[in-house]
Design a protein around this ligand. Structure first.
Ligand SMILES: C=Cc1c2[nH]c(c1C)Cc1[nH]c(c(CCC(=O)O)c1C)Cc1[nH]c(c(C)c1CCC(=O)O)Cc1[nH]c(c(C)c1C=C)C2
Length: 569
């Protein structure tokens, strides 16, 4: 985005009392590209009011200040899976997060940082420092106790390594040293599960004991179903390129390095995207950059919903944006009679109506591309501080833990009081127990809230020896909340992208955790990328927003860069 676009936006704001809300401070911070001379769509519909929908509406509104944008959301509240709740307890209040709770300052967080800055939300951000217990102490429960994962600077590293080795958690890890001598995959193999890939390249035991726990923490998913090609793209392509990951790394970094620094394989689309992202987010203030560079995660004083609430408030101020809550989308189809429009059918009888749009941005789930898993989040608050036996982020439970140690099918427990400080006004211990995920796949019904709370209490009694009764609890069942990128995902996505392009000729764009990555940062970055591809005459192109999956260029060695470390060029 270049300066001109913001100036244009400012001008139109001044001209029309009703134009986009605008922060005067943005003007000298960001770069807006010019649309002068280019046409704009008159009417855009955004389907879905979660983080993908709100961000899509936000970035599209910035691109096209005079376009009418309508957001349709089925429920009465915007925000999707981001749901934070303030609960009164004796002595103050605590924040319960019912869905995602923190953001990581990873490469894909640059656009989020820019958005936070634009929304004037910086004063509300809470940072968890890299040297805090929450950042350094991550545990795995195996087979019947908490084991601290090694991290730079942790206490008693030798004792800890011995404890880990003695527990059996590290069995088979040493086989990573033999990876270079293992045969490459058959030429006709197009994808496999992450579990199978890592077992082939290393050993099955670390897959079951360590990697499966990590997959619980991110996807709440089954490592034997999730796609290696999608989740471990650069390792998968490294094996394809050099027959082995280790040999590939050696070749890339030592034999013929085109640039200095650690190299990894990346999709050329991502290389270009990161370059663009960096250029457009160049205006993020230095002190914010520094805060992000030194934290391990960040959130907001009132929880993650402060981001979605601010987006909603920003959009509500814009008279060109209409937000329709409690309005279901029944279908959307390409308009007949050669019209370059999409017809959207919304509402329930007798208020069911159809509307024509020049462009539809859908964030709704698309059948056949992914399965989903259901997660129950149980928040527990105890008035006594420091109830957990150790301090840290919390722990994950791998698939190898025997049933009798985890009959509730918990995926992990977050020590919220350590993980995010600054949200609660009452002292005490706050935990979140995550239940279900792939363990509940195929279930017809799920535990009730009260059953979930009992299951969570039973988990922490067994694992953490906490017997105190929580004085505030909240169980949330999020049905089909996390898409699963299972084996063959890329092929299915490709098929979907071609079909969508052919059917809608570019008048449908898709953005969601099904397509752009399952994290909040992924959805925001996906929305920004979609909107920037609409620029100029881009909105008339044939794309459906899934250009990356249709981009057949081979993966290339690219330098690893930290998003918040600004090198002198
Ligand atoms: C509601 C449950 C969720 C589980 N995973 C996600 C959600 C929303 C999505 C997710 N979780 C993480 C990532 C990767 C990095 C990121 O973009 O933030 C994603 C996409 C990592 C993660 N997992 C947990 C936390 C608190 C975080 C972020 C912070 C960090 O890495 O330090 C905890 C956790 N999430 C889930 C489970 C079962 C779990 C257990 C402790 C599922």
């Amino acid at each position: 985005m270049r300066l001109k676009r913001h100036v244009q936006l400012l001008e139109s704001t001044l001209k029309h009392v009703s134009a986009r809300p605008f922060l005067s401070s943005q003007c000298n911070r960001c770069h807006f590209s010019s649309t002068s001379g280019a046409s704009s769509p008159e009417q855009i519909a955004v389907l879905g009011g979660g983080i993908s929908g709100l961000s899509s509406a936000y970035f599209t509104a910035l691109e096209f200040p005079n376009t009418k944008i309508t957001i349709y959301e089925r429920s009465e509240e915007l925000g999707g899976w981001i749901r934070s709740k303030r609960v009164k307890v004796p002595g103050g209040e605590v924040v319960f997060e019912q869905g995602p709770r923190t953001l990581r300052p990873a490469q894909n967080s640059l656009v989020t940082a820019m958005m936070i800055d634009y929304l004037d939300l910086r004063s509300q951000v809470l940072f968890t420092q890299q040297n805090s217990a929450a950042a350094r102490n991550r545990y795995i429960y195996y087979p019947d106790r908490l084991l601290l994962l090694p991290a730079p600077g942790s206490n008693d590293p030798l004792v800890n390594w011995l404890r880990l080795a003695n527990s059996g958690l590290l069995d088979g890890v040493w086989k990573v040293l033999t990876e270079a001598w293992k045969p490459g995959r058959p030429a006709n193999m197009t994808d496999e599960s992450l579990g199978s890939f890592l077992s082939r390249r290393i050993d099955k035991r670390p897959v079951q004991n360590i990697a499966s726990a990590v997959m619980h923490g991110i996807y709440a998913g089954d490592i034997w179903q999730l796609s290696a090609k999608t989740l471990a793209g650069w390792l998968w392509h490294q094996e394809g390129r050099s027959g082995s990951i280790t040999r590939g790394l050696w070749r890339m970094n030592e034999v013929d390095p085109p640039v200095k620094g650690f190299l990894a394989l990346r999709h050329p689309y991502d290389v270009d995207l990161f370059r663009e992202m960096r250029a457009e987010t160049d205006g993020i203030p230095t002190d914010f950059i520094q805060q992000l560079a030194s934290c391990s995660t960040f959130s907001f004083k009132n929880g993650l919903c402060q981001l979605t609430d601010s987006l909603e408030a920003w959009l509500e101020k814009d008279s060109n944006v209409t937000i329709k809550k409690g309005c279901r989308v029944n279908s959307f189809t390409k308009a007949k009679d050669g019209l370059q429009q999409v017809v959207v059918d919304v509402g329930d009888d007798p208020n069911r109506t159809t509307h024509n749009y020049d462009l539809v941005i859908s964030t709704l789930p698309t059948p056949d591309v992914t399965d989903y898993v259901t997660v129950m989040t149980v928040n527990l608050y105890f008035p006594t501080p420091n109830l957990t036996p150790v301090q840290g982020f919390g722990y994950l439970i791998p698939q190898s833990v025997p049933f009798e140690q985890n009959p509730e099918r918990a995926l992990g427990v977050i020590f919220d009081s350590d993980a995010i400080t600054g949200q609660d006004t009452a002292p005490g211990t706050k935990l979140t127990v995550m239940l279900g995920g792939h363990w509940w796949s195929g279930w017809q019904s799920f535990p009730s809230s009260s059953e979930g709370v009992e299951m969570a209490k039973s988990v922490i009694r067994r694992h953490l020896k906490i017997t105190e009764e929580p004085i505030a609890v909240n169980a949330t069942l999020s049905e089909n909340c996390i898409p699963q990128y299972t084996v063959g995902y890329e092929e299915r996505l490709k098929g979907f992208a071609i079909g969508a392009q052919n059917e809608f000729g570019g008048r449908l764009r898709v953005v969601s955790n099904q397509f752009n990555g399952i994290g909040v940062n992924d959805c925001i970055t996906g929305a920004w990328d979609m909107a920037r591809n609409l620029r100029g005459e881009g909105w008339k192109s044939k794309s459906c927003g899934l250009d990356r999956v249709l981009d057949e260029r081979p993966w290339v060695p690219a330098e690893h860069w930290s998003p918040y470390v600004r090198k002198k060029e």
